[in-house]
Design a protein around this ligand. Structure first.
Ligand SMILES: [Zn+2]
Length: 505
């Protein structure tokens, strides 16, 4: 189908006879009361009246003349920039195709002429049985569509978003006539609507515009007929559906939904329990897991929907999918098993020994080795932190009142964070690895008492925190900026020997 040509035909087609009446009806709700002084103007019936008590700005009130309810507008900026917007649709038949034309109707109050200014702008079209299109008049920013008025829509681009224009207020009211002389003429639309009461006529018509709709319905695939647009292929059953025709009785008997059908296509097993087990899995995920595990080991595979691929691949480095499927302990414990393997690898176990790979008491061993790994890692961190203290000790600095020195031990970091109520503990690892520097600033009169924790990185103090994340004082800041200069000078010689006092502080 030549979309460009078709759109030109739509452009030339005059609006239906009573379209203007239909639009005006929707404009009624886009009116206001304009309050000036103690007078009030209804923009709907243009009646001007004295606004008595209780006719306040911002409130919803009834007009004494036309009896419609509108909001009372004042003179402030807030009201001056207020625009009412609403979407409505028009259905027209062109060349045996039904096209839904989507318009935004918009009104704002012009304070000069004291009247509502209105405009309707077409911005989208849906050709039933073909697809949806957006004109130049709509732009999307952060997922929010904005319609620009007085725009010609010279170009229409395909739109496959989720907006369903068929639910909008629609002209004409008698939509039944639309299907005459189209392929929807004999489609079982009424039967479909009886069984799908949440669907409106136009939505059903949209589905019926695809030739598959009627055949799906007649085969008894009622749920799948809601997705007629997904079955555009023609030819044999196998070609159209991707499964052998032998499965048709099963699909009909269970009236598979579209999601269930897609799951079934991958499983290729007539087993509703299996289909329900995997119902939340995305199709690519299911396809991938089928490749690895054959999907037979339900205990194992059914927990892998949200587990990331690296974890699965890591495990498969050591054990194969078949063995894993037979390992009972893994039921509901896949991630625990993953952690367990990383622990025994860190602890230097023989990763080929089945006794370690498939332990009989997974959970308790997991907890045991978790502790061993953490002790081992803490020892490594503590050793590096003590080394860091020695490396950074040339930057110990003092004046009459304060002293600042690098965090000397892992323990001192833990203590500082519990004294100060902040999370310096989490910096321990980065400090140990040398990616950041942590210093303690204290008063010389009492170096055992935490005062300010300082993080220095990339030539700057990037954090200075007192207890409870309070800001530092002016006096403290002066000292710290002196120290920052000092820290940035290259030093080779040690100015101050780290004393035992500081190490045990
Ligand atoms: Zn009125």
């Amino acid at each position: 189908m030549d979309i460009e040509l078709f759109m030109k035909k739509v452009d030339k087609k005059p609006y239906p006879k009573h379209w203007k009446k239909f639009v005006d009806k929707h404009y009624i709700e886009q009116n206001i009361f304009f309050k000036f002084g103690n007078k009030c103007l209804c923009t709907c019936c243009e009646h001007e009246f004295k606004a008595g008590k209780g006719f306040n700005i911002g409130e919803l009130k009834e007009c004494p003349s036309c009896h419609n309810k509108f909001v009372v507008f004042g003179n402030s900026i807030y009201y001056r920039y207020k625009t009412f917007r609403k979407d409505i649709i028009m259905c027209q038949k062109i060349d045996g195709k039904v096209v839904i034309r989507v318009f935004e109707i918009a009104s704002y109050f012009d304070y000069e002429i004291k009247k509502m200014v209105r405009d309707e702008q077409e911005y989208a079209r849906e050709i039933l049985g073909v697809g949806s299109f957006h004109g130049d008049s709509i732009y999307f920013y952060l997922g929010y569509g904005r319609v620009y008025h007085n725009c010609d829509n010279t170009y229409w681009r395909s739109y496959d978003g989720v907006r369903d224009y068929a639910v909008l207020p629609c002209y004409p009211y008698n939509k039944q006539n639309l299907k005459n002389n189209t392929i929807m003429k004999y489609a079982p639309i009424e039967e479909f609507l009886r069984e799908n009461p949440y669907c409106n006529y136009l939505q059903a018509l949209k589905l019926a515009a695809y030739p598959s709709f009627e055949s799906l319905w007649k085969m008894g695939l009622k749920n799948l007929s809601q997705y007629s647009y997904k079955f555009k292929k023609t030819g044999t059953f196998k070609k159209r559906f991707g499964v052998s025709k032998n499965h048709l009785p099963f699909i009909v008997k269970n009236d598979l939904t579209y999601d269930q059908f897609n799951t079934f296509k991958i499983l290729q097993k007539e087993d509703m329990n299996l289909i329900k087990t995997y119902k939340n899995f995305t199709i690519p995920r299911l396809r991938k897991l089928k490749k690895i595990f054959n999907l037979e080991h339900i205990d194992l595979v059914s927990q892998l929907n949200l587990v990331n691929d690296e974890k699965i691949e890591y495990i498969l480095n050591f054990v194969n999918a078949k063995e894993l499927g037979k390992y009972r302990q893994i039921k509901d414990n896949f991630l625990i098993y993953y952690d367990y393997l990383t622990f025994i690898e860190k602890l230097g176990f023989d990763m080929k020994n089945k006794k370690y790979l498939f332990p009989k008491n997974l959970k308790s061993l997991h907890d045991k080795y978790a502790q061993e790994v953490s002790i081992k890692e803490n020892i490594i961190i503590s050793t590096s932190i003590s080394q860091r203290f020695l490396d950074l000790s040339p930057y110990i600095y003092e004046n009459e009142k304060y002293i600042i020195y690098p965090a000397p031990t892992f323990y001192s970091l833990e203590e500082e964070s519990s004294n100060m109520g902040h999370c310096v503990r989490s910096y321990a690892e980065r400090y140990a690895k040398g990616t950041t520097e942590i210093f303690f600033m204290r008063e010389k009169s009492d170096t055992t008492k935490s005062l300010v924790t300082v993080e220095f990185n990339n030539k700057h103090i990037i954090q200075k925190r007192q207890k409870g994340n309070d800001n530092t004082t002016i006096e403290q800041n002066e000292f710290l900026s002196e120290w920052e200069n000092f820290r940035n000078k290259k030093r080779k010689i040690k100015l101050l020997e780290p004393t035992r006092d500081l190490l045990v502080a």
